[in-house]
Design a protein around this ligand. Structure first.
Ligand SMILES: *Cc1c(COP(=O)(O)O)cnc(C)c1O
Length: 382
């Protein structure tokens, strides 16, 4: 890709990703730690993140869609790859040929996967998802009981594990957690001999009763706090290494007098003579419009890191920052401004946008110049 000085830079630290995976794995030494790579590894690039985790020893991965799994197979030829949404209807032959393992969540998916095994005349791998209170994906109680009572419906399917998903894992005190844990333990007893998988990133912090055999962390791998925004001792203890650093470049800086306005809608009224820097990143790059007037950025001046507020609305390709707190020499055109990471906490920025770190990460755009560092990265990526 051609590179120019005004282009925003998305740096992804694969060593930090690996460190986060090792750290979460070490919290449950008796369990296998998988890696969740759905939504292009939460925006960081599954084709880079997957092999980095593989080289660190991760052997099992989850994505949401069949297409994501087929793409991932190209860069992870020997990994176990699970499809959380189950086999896409009609794609069963491709899934079997690629050696993927769908997570079966409905009687229809089970029947279709068993039919594919019969057609091929060989056993096919899969996992079973039982709903324990989220009411989103997974077999209902009645459906799961029917399968447990009549295992012939699984003929031709080699089940690896049974799983469920926690609704409130970030909330340590939520009564949903022990309720789902106990329901899951009861279901495991009805599928003896199968491994179990219960927790996402936050669930790992709920303690050993939740760990079971296979951990399914996503967000924590990518550097956000598994417990979300907050500054309690629990949050501080759960801080992850920073993986994502997004930097935009200043295009121009102008002096604006008191009473003038900045940006669309003229909603931002300057209260005292200010300097406004215009940065070449906007909502078309995944920088949420919801950050208008609420988000912040960090500029490294000679006096150290200076936090500057967004002034006015985020537009398609641009944002405007009030840089009055910096010396003019510290915010010349071409200066890099940290918008995520580099002093801008991703969970705080997400909270300012009234969303979560998951959404900010998965919205990361494709106009950035991506730079991968660490874990055998070759430098610039896609
Ligand atoms: C996305 C997802 C995960 C990972 O969750 P994080 O909160 O990102 O750690 C785990 N399990 C299931 C079923 C998921 O959909």
């Amino acid at each position: 890709m051609t590179e120019f000085g005004d282009q925003a830079i998305l740096s992804i630290d694969l060593d930090a990703l690996v460190a986060n995976w090792r750290r979460l794995a070490a919290m449950a030494p008796g369990s296998e730690c998988a890696g969740i790579l759905k939504a292009d590894a939460y925006g960081t690039g599954a084709a880079m993140a997957g092999p980095a985790l593989w080289r660190a020893g991760c052997r099992r991965f989850f994505v949401a869609h069949t297409t994501e799994a087929l793409d991932l197979r190209k860069v992870l030829p020997d990994a176990v790859i699970h499809i959380l949404h189950g086999p896409a209807p009609g794609a069963e032959p491709d899934i079997a040929a690629a050696g993927l393992s769908p997570v079966l969540s409905t009687p229809g998916q089970i029947a279709a996967w068993a039919a594919e095994a019969r057609r091929l005349g060989r056993a096919l791998p899969a996992a079973l998802h039982i709903d324990t209170g989220m009411n989103r994906l997974g077999l209902t109680d009645a459906e799961a009981a029917a399968i447990a009572d009549d295992p012939s419906r699984l003929a031709g399917i080699t089940l690896d594990f049974v799983m469920t998903h926690l609704a409130c894992a970030e909330e340590a005190d939520s009564p949903h957690n022990p309720a789902q844990r106990d329901r899951f333990a009861a279901w495991r007893a009805r599928f003896p001999g199968l491994k179990g998988s219960l927790t996402n990133s936050a669930g790992i912090f709920l303690g050993t009763g939740y760990h079971h055999d296979i951990l399914r962390p996503g967000i924590g791998l990518y550097g956000a706090n598994p417990l979300g925004p907050g500054d309690t001792p629990r949050h501080r203890a759960a801080r992850m290494s920073e993986v994502v650093h997004l930097q935009g470049k200043i295009l121009q800086v102008r002096s604006v007098d008191r009473g003038q306005t900045v940006g669309y809608g003229a909603g931002y009224i300057v209260e005292k003579p200010s300097r406004i820097a215009t940065v070449a990143v906007g909502y078309a790059d995944g920088f949420s419009r919801a950050l208008s007037g609420r988000g912040s950025a960090v500029i490294r001046g000679r006096q150290g890191h200076v936090r500057v507020p967004l002034a006015g609305r985020v537009s398609m390709d641009l944002i405007t920052l009030d840089v009055s707190a910096l010396a003019p020499e510290d915010c010349l055109p071409g200066t890099a401004v940290s918008l995520l990471g580099g002093g801008v906490d991703i969970d705080d920025q997400a909270e300012a946008a009234r969303t979560n770190a998951y959404e900010l990460l998965t919205q990361l755009g494709h106009r950035y110049r991506r730079i991968y560092a660490g874990a055998g990265a070759t430098g610039a990526g896609a």
